[in-house]
Design a protein around this ligand. Structure first.
Ligand code: FE
Length: 139
């Protein structure tokens, strides 16, 4: 991974073999980024997407392996108990341009991944909501 800062935005290149969420979380911790938005594109070979089932309040995971374009990576940086918390969704396309999408649990980069983090000063905390079963933004 390498990066360049431009104003309040950070341009990241995540390299082959690196996992997107681990890399982004470590970067945010290192730079003290506690609030911001994430957008990106790239190519990944091993991906795990989740779907939150509201009835059971659990995530159903789906693994994808092969050549996939990350056609859209979108999400945000907040905190939970003061620690960096990423919430990222992704859409990926296969060789026939069929798209798969969901809550991103894992994406191992096979080519490159280009991410922009738009940092905002301040912070938003999350708190687990037992009714919903998710860590919601707390205002
Ligand atoms: Fe989600």
């Amino acid at each position: 991974m390498d990066y360049r800062q431009a104003g309040q935005k950070w341009f990241l290149r995540i390299d082959k073999g690196e996992e997107v969420l681990e890399t982004l979380a470590a970067f945010c911790r290192q730079k003290g980024i506690t609030l911001g938005s994430i957008s990106g594109i790239g190519a990944a070979g091993q991906i795990t997407l989740g779907l939150f089932e509201t009835k059971t309040k659990t995530y159903k995971a789906t693994d994808l392996t092969g050549d996939f374009e990350i056609t859209a990576l979108t999400g945000n940086v907040t905190t939970k108990e003061g620690e960096v918390y990423l919430h990222v969704h992704a859409t990926l396309s296969d060789i026939e341009c069929r798209a798969y999408g969901g809550h991103l649990n894992k994406a191992l980069i096979s080519g490159t991944c280009e991410v922009v983090i738009d940092q905002v000063q301040g912070g938003i905390e999350r708190e687990f909501n037992a009714d919903i079963g998710l860590n919601l933004m707390k205002f």
